[in-house]
Design a protein around this ligand. Sequence first.
Ligand code: SF4
Length: 507
Amino acid sequence: MLPQFFDSVLSLVVKTSTDLPPDVRAAMKVAMAQEPASTQSGQALAIIAENIDLASDCEGAICQDTGMPTFEVKTPVGANQIEMKKQIREAVAEATKRGKLRPNSVDSITGDNSGDNLGPGTPIIHFEQWERDEIEVKLILKGGGCENMNAQYSVPVELPNMGRADRNLEGVRKCILHAIWNAQGKGCAPGAIGVCIGGDRTSGYVYAKEQLFRTLDDVNPDPRLAALEASIMGEVNRLGIGTMGFGGRVSLIGCKIGMQNRLPASFFVSVAYDCWAFRRLGVVLDSKTGAIRQWLYRDETKPLIAMADQAGFQRTGREIALQAPLTEAQVRSLKVGDVVLVSGRVFTGRDQVHHYLMSHEPPVDMRGSVLYHCGPVVVKEGGGWKITAAGPTTSIREEPYQADVIKRYGVRAVIGKGGMGPKTLAALKEFGAVYLNGIGGAAQYYARTVQKVHRVHLLEEFGVPEAMWHLQVKDFVAIVTMDAHGNSLHADIEQASGNELDALQTA
Ligand code: SF4
């Protein structure tokens, strides 16, 4: 049955992971036009643009966090959904084997990686029947950094900087603005949000995520919700969060709001935050063969919108070259806002490595080291390893460990995204280290800075994304956002955008 279904779904997975849809490209173009090129947001957008082009050119993952694959499938009455589910799972495993998806599915208690993106609840597949004689498969890949920025409010609720949110559209507006403010750069802003008003706690989140299947330029058929979407888009950029939370004019590229009935006793506002790497596509398939009849969200007869201008990311000459290992004097000379180009050996380390280092000595001497919060996509090649995607992951998850790791092992620089908290900031100052913010999602761009994989530790124990990879990098671009003098750009932007939120209430 459906002899081409597997190939069609595999094409969908690969294309979704590697080729940003035209509506998202268009929205990012608008964002790029608004941020002056010389600002930190402007520079970050130039790298993002280059990354998007690189990913589609080489069919590489746009972001190394290829996310939770979530399929929405519509089938004719009588179609064999059991067989389709089996083939969708096989296509996901095959895309993982080909390095188009990072192995992302882990046992929730042990953290053991299944290695093929299959496991209880992974991938997510929702089926629905319809009266049409064709199959529709839509896919969204939404990574952990933005997923962690989802929010659900049970109104009425008191919100910081916003006051009370009541059970009306004004209350919904407050919840949405609060969720965007709270995300700052951690979800790789500028993002897009799907919102559900109502439902229950479960259906609210599901329906909020479903809103992300709407195109960014559509207009809500419900005039009340259309007005709310327009009003959010009109005022949200006054928050000044900017790309990656660096401060800037664009904080959001889309707001899509839906509504479900609720119980009289409950009023939930659920917000699904997606990052700029907003990967969703769809296909319409022949119901007899499973062959692709039509792509959704993209028109193959129209040329792709190229993102970067010919120059791409431009150096200003003010960048500071850092060669690892680093000295204390070197890092103490850096200050918030400096753009650095890191070269030399860096070690990757995410949640499992940080947890491990709390009770074990590191497998290498980390004095003067650069520790990179990154879970790369890696393929075996010629007896060695090749990094095919390697952007930074959200750093705040390591906040409980980072200060101790810096203190115990002499780490001089931490690269990640989204910033860290007060405990790490204090450790940077006390022990002489810096936090360098990379451009979240720029997995292809950063993969090209890796000249060599020297070796890997803890691979057997933790799997590919969580292992400690020893990477030789050249000119890895990052911005100092937390320095050794107690300054944090993240804290400053959070404060300033909170003040703007306050001002929006009184305007
Ligand atoms: S762009 Fe950022 S938030 Fe989005 S999947 Fe990649 S790392 Fe996660």
